[in-house]
Design a protein around this ligand. Sequence first.
Ligand code: ZN
Ligand code: ZN
Length: 405
Amino acid sequence: MNSSKPGDGARLVALKQAVAAEIDAIAPQLIQISDDIHAHPEIRFEEHYAAKILSDALEGGGLAVERGTAGMATAFKGDTAAGSGGATVAVLAEYDALPGLGHACGHNIMGASAVGAGLGIARVMSSEIAKAAGLRGRLLVLGTPAEEGGGGKVVMLRAGELEGVDAALIVHPGNANRAHAESIASHGITIRFHGKPAHAAASPHEGVNALDALVLTYGAIGALRQQLKPDVRIHGIITKGGDAPNIIPELVEGVFIVRSADKEYQQHVLAKFKACAEGAALQTGATVEFEDMGIPYDPLKSNTVLEDLYRANMAELGLKEPDEPRKGAGSTDMGNVSQALPAIHPSIAIGPQTLVGHTQAMCEASRSPEGHRAVINAATCMAMTALDLYMCPELVDRAWAEFKG
Ligand SMILES: [Zn+2]
Ligand SMILES: [Zn+2]
């Protein structure tokens, strides 16, 4: 522990013990919030129920709460501070569910744990221990909607909601405890082919088959994969394939996501991806149009100064990291946040190593006893990391120095 003054180490330990005790004391409330959100799954930008109970809980804990932040009805911001000056730490909450699958990404746990960190820090900031320790700093709890494809955090960033923030923390449930995370750039795109309808039996020669164009595109993307770097992912579905088997399809649509760890390379792949569709249009005589879907996500730039603090706090709580690195990575709008300021996106185990996100098993784990423990442990780890930054300003400087590289 880096201490700026003799005795700071002991004060920091006392503050961490206090915040852990405060969060333990409200554990039943936090678990109830997590389960309540789980029982009311809401997809991107429709998280009205979740945003309300999370905002209400923060308000109940004495934080100043703003609802509808950055022009999003389901965004919110909780704010609390001790003394004047010091570091500003943002703890980010997610609470959107997946279409058809409910809370199969465990964002109910992320909403409850962020609020838990906020309530715990608020209680400690107003305590005698904080006064004795000279605690100074500010904590924001940012309710960020629509991580699953809507990019609420990017809207927050663009609105300036993260200006003045020194560190952004969020913890995602998964199959292991890890301070470090990887996430890759992603770009969603809709492909639309326009053909010409005709009777499929009586006069097929009069038609232009838009479905053929999309099927050829799908096949061409499969061939393209062989020539791409291994971190690239291209995946998609056909969302409109025609109206009836006896009508040559006039309008078809597919939705795809193109990802890579390297944003520049991703743009190169995106051009090749579009060429597959343009080639299919040429082959069939259909016309093609592309429409960007939502906000592109940047790769995660995980700050190792913050990671090390979080890792040490994880160890304090007995959360062990596996020896082998994680294989595979998704994408998150926390990536965009991490390109703007020092940030981390650790994971916390809610099930065995075999647990996979976006599945029914993950949905079940998100309300299991292990999921409940994760709410409390993630809240405590984030709160303890915030205390590190409040009490050791040189750590904030080091995090920024690494960020600026
Ligand atoms: Zn997800
Ligand atoms: Zn997720």
